[in-house]
Design a protein around this ligand. Structure first.
Ligand SMILES: [Zn+2]
Length: 335
């Protein structure tokens, strides 16, 4: 994602391997949700603070452990070590936001490799997939990161279960790390919220991935992801057709043309999913000064993928923080 100050910024690009709701006034349920989240975060911050305290007494390590993710950093020769703690912290919160919706509790800590490179933004993937079932000669796969979270089964082929590439310039010039993540501080208007970015990326790691060509939608082989199975094309436009997602959206959910493991389009089908500030998993833009969280449609898609059993009520979930009307008129990034 190319980032420019005071402009709409493109949503995260993802590797999408082979294998980004208007501001809502908190209602009672939302306030309760926030309080639960706050208490949970406070507990985690204590654990992380202890971990970081210990690390300060030890030789510099590129691995940070937290309740849900064990993060290893590479590609920077340690030069970005001042960011390690904040990144690991936000990755843990981001994984938690999805995993708290899962059908069962966290079974194991995800081993995540954070790779610093010259990516324009960030991209991510689960590093393995497991076969779920076959349809004739077709095999359907689940993202391996789900096996870690649900069943404690790690990548059998390597030390890491998932990888997240983060552009060095994107990290140092664009991302903002909330110094008080247990509350809802406003995101600076000239920065992109790192936690929102990482929630988006975990959306890919756990579910929004597949084996289709991004442009044509054609499958590369006789393998499909659980997401691919529920994708269909109408007038050459991709849609997600899971029943729960259709129920929440009111019909097939438009996916991003040319970036199909996302929802919404700048115009045409799914334009509502990109109306400011757009869905967390939209495939076009992320606004600065804005915090994104998992939307009811995102959660419903995960229900269709067999990962969750309940869809949060709209009043309990939404995208909040700063709304900058001027951003509406700013330049749109083209993937
Ligand atoms: Zn994405």
């Amino acid at each position: 994602m190319q980032q420019t100050h005071l402009r709409r910024v493109p949503v995260l690009t993802t590797v999408e391997t082979r294998v980004g709701v208007p501001t809502q006034q908190p209602d009672g349920a939302f306030t309760l949700h926030q309080r639960k989240r706050q208490r949970k975060r406070q507990r985690k911050r204590i654990l992380i603070a202890v971990t970081c305290g210990l690390l300060c007494c030890l030789p510099m390590s590129s691995t940070y452990s937290s309740p849900l993710v064990k993060v290893t950093f590479s590609g920077d020769n340690g030069q970005l070590s001042p960011y390690y703690g904040e990144i690991a912290n936000d990755l843990n919160y981001a994984a938690a936001d999805w995993e708290k919706l899962f059908v069962s509790g966290s079974a194991a800590t995800l081993n995540v490799d954070v790779i610093f490179d010259n990516s324009p933004t960030a991209n991510s993937s689960s590093l393995f997939a497991t076969p779920l079932y076959s349809l004739g000669s077709w095999s359907v796969f689940q993202q391996g990161a789900v096996d870690v979270a649900l069943d404690g089964i790690h990548n059998p082929s390597g030390p890491y279960d998932a990888a997240i590439h983060v552009g060095t310039s994107y990290l140092t010039n664009e991302l903002w790390f909330d110094p008080n993540p247990e509350n809802t501080d406003s995101v600076p208007v000239n920065k992109t919220d790192a936690e929102s970015v990482f929630i988006h990326e975990f959306g890919h790691i756990f579910g929004f991935q597949g084996y289709r060509d991004q442009s044509t939608g054609a499958l590369w082989s006789n393998a499909e992801s659980t997401f691919d199975v529920l994708m269909s094309f109408l007038n050459n436009a991709p849609y997600f057709t899971g029943s729960d997602a259709e129920s929440v959206y009111g019909g097939p959910v438009p996916l991003t043309v040319g970036n199909i493991y996302h929802v919404g389009n700048p115009s045409g089908p799914g334009a509502d999913l990109e109306a400011y500030p757009g869905d967390l998993m939209n495939g076009n833009v992320f606004y600065r000064g804005t915090r994104y969280i998992i939307s009811p449609i995102d959660a419903a898609i995960f229900t269709d993928l067999g990962l969750t059993t309940e869809v949060p009520e709209p009043g309990t979930i939404g995208i909040f923080s700063v709304s900058l009307i001027g951003f509406w008129l700013m330049r749109r990034w083209s993937p």
